[in-house]
Design a protein around this ligand. Sequence first.
Ligand SMILES: [Zn+2]
Ligand SMILES: [Zn+2]
Length: 241
Amino acid sequence: MPKVSEGVYFIEGQDEMIPDSHTYVLGDPSSRDLSLVDPGLTRKGSYKLDAIKKMGIEMESIKRVIMTHTHLDHIGCLTEIQKRIPSLELWVHLEEARPLEQGDERTVYGMAMFQQMCQAQYGLKPGAYAFPVDRKLRDGEKLGLGGIVWEVLHIPGHSMGSIALYEPSQKILIPGDVVYADHAIGRFDLHGADGKVLRKSLLRLAELDVKVLLPGHNQVVKKVPPGYIQKTAQQWEPYLT
Ligand SMILES: [Zn+2]
Ligand SMILES: [Zn+2]
């Protein structure tokens, strides 16, 4: 499990026909208070937990899962993870906690066609993605996670309840699927998505001082050039209407 910086670890997603999100492990292992950010796609949980175990970390040290958002490629393997760590808490932004608790799976699958495809591919029954949420996150909250304080930013547009986690002292940003390396941004054609809203969220992220970008997919960027997110937002502006 590669270390990004103090108390921040990275487990690369294993994309197949459907992408699998990266998982970030937050917290100093000695704190025994670790958080998993985005466990990943259906059937893509066990190898990630095995990677953590190989570091000599006990599963009981993992206290919670924090979702940047609840698309299938991020939340798909949650049941698998919960089976191995029954005491695990689930933290989700308020806007996506509500449908998740009610079993409204439109956000999870994003579109009806994808829902049918995934249900057939993985043998998932309707209602497979209904979960009680232990903590409903709000914009501006500060979370003390295993010795490090992270700020929650609500950045809708890719999905209704997308959040970023930001750590100002090391200038680390975990933006989920809102912005990636190579000036790419998240899709804005899925259920609950909105290009105009995504633009606003990008501009909000552009105000942060970001040195390390840890997105949900593709490359991790350890030296983010100044103005990177601003430039990304500008390039996409004509499409974000
Ligand atoms: Zn997504
Ligand atoms: Zn994703």
